[in-house]
Design a protein. Sequence first.
Length: 303
Amino acid sequence: MTRRIAGIETEYGITCTLDGERRLGPDEIARYMFRPVIEEFGATNIFSSNAGRLYLDVGSHPEFATAECDSVSQLVAHDRAGERMLDDLAARAETSLAEENIGGKVYLFKNNVDSSGNSYGCHENYLVGRGMGLKALSKLLLPFLVTRQLFCGAGKIARPYPGSPYEDEPEQYCFSQRADHVWDGVSSATTRSRPIINTRDEPHADSTRFRRLHVIVGDSNMSETTTALKLGTTQLVLEMIEAGVELPDFEVANEIKAIRLVSRDMTGTEPIPLRNGGAVSALDMQRELDIVASRAPEVPAAL
């Protein structure tokens, strides 16, 4: 594959319990977690020694953003390093609680939704060429992003909660933790009306040549293999798009209905309505993309 700059931003959930009961709220335990950071750097928003960014995000979510990486293996390693850094802060917070006779066990969650239905993300960033407009790029990429959860979704038990699209349905297993929390294919929103692709364009490079593709629909993965598969396949599809490889016409009629349909279809065979009037299953869509990728010549993407 073409050498491409990419990065991941991962938000974590936190809680503190004692004897099965909540001991401290998220705001309080976040302060304990970031106390060593504040003592050393005077802030809760810092660049770490490995060039990643460690900070406390909105909603008291600890977050680690990797440095810019130029290979999948490097990016997976930096993502894992972020886990280790935050795990160390959680352990130090427990020690402080014990020393102050408060006690409690601090739990750090690498997931994307809590028991109340609040969602927090794992955002992917890819440097892409500006030769193709975002609308055209998104049209070709969205079908892949809607269906890739078959192999890189983190999985969850969907529990009904007020405001959920499925609040009147029974609990069920789903492929994706984020599928129920996106409401648009492409937009500039990040919270209330989350899209699959966010349009915020901060390339941190020559903006006449490059743009940042900001994918915010992905699940946080514990498995390094799954993380690598998520990042590697996405970059492969981007490379085909930028190289002008002809992809099947899989433009989905409604991305949001489709991504939720796929998440709840454990067989991957439910037909997804397409804008051209046809239909194709998530499994067949991924198979076809795999065939195209295997036959595509190894040509440099238009970076």
